[in-house]
Ligand binder design. Structure first.
Ligand code: SME
Length: 169
């Protein structure tokens, strides 16, 4: 059974979110189930987030994966927008004001800030974890560290899942 979403007073929301995600990913689960559940936990725990989900890398293109939020664009070429930049550069990118980001791809016009973390397995880019917010500069240094750790934990879970066909780029 999945851990219940309930907030323990005195413990920061990001820390609580990491606890339940780590518990969930400690079991061997299918990558699709893992990504769907991680997207749902991020969306449930993180306040002022209007989109949370995955883009999966294949042939220099990102294709949308499991997510929570408004319908989003299906394909993003490497190098385009915040997700494409994070995929190309294989590093987390945090944007305080998306309208100032060159090539920004507006999926939801209410989005003002964005945080994208790469998911790397065996030196290959599996995809990216993307979070959007309607609030400018919503994401902190600590949020970036938490989200990158979640991406790293998910990478280990997918690597263990014996689904090599998923990891292509
Ligand atoms: N805004 C992103 C596109 C994906 S959506 O936000 C879900 C970008 O510029 O890469």
């Amino acid at each position: 059974m999945l851990p219940e979403i309930r907030f323990i007073s005195g413990l920061e929301r990001g820390a609580q979110m990491e606890m339940v995600i780590n518990d969930t990913l400690a079991e061997d689960i299918d990558p699709l189930s893992a990504m769907s559940t991680v997207a749902a936990y991020i969306f449930a725990f993180m306040e002022r987030v209007n989109w949370a989900g995955f883009y999966i890398a294949h042939n220099e293109t990102l294709t949308v994966g499991p997510y929570q939020g408004q319908p989003a664009c299906i394909r993003i070429p490497f190098g385009r927008g915040v997700c494409g930049a994070a995929a190309l550069e294989r590093r987390a990118i945090r944007v305080d004001e998306v309208s100032a980001f060159p090539g920004y791809i507006a999926c939801d016009s209410s989005t003002r800030s964005e945080l994208v973390a790469p998911i790397i397995i065996d030196d290959k880019l599996f995809g990216v974890l993307d979070l959007d917010s309607p609030e400018p500069a919503r994401f902190s240094d600590e949020d970036e560290r938490v989200v990158q750790r979640v991406a790293n934990t998910l990478a280990k879970s997918i690597a263990r899942s014996n689904s090599p066909a998923l990891i292509t780029t």
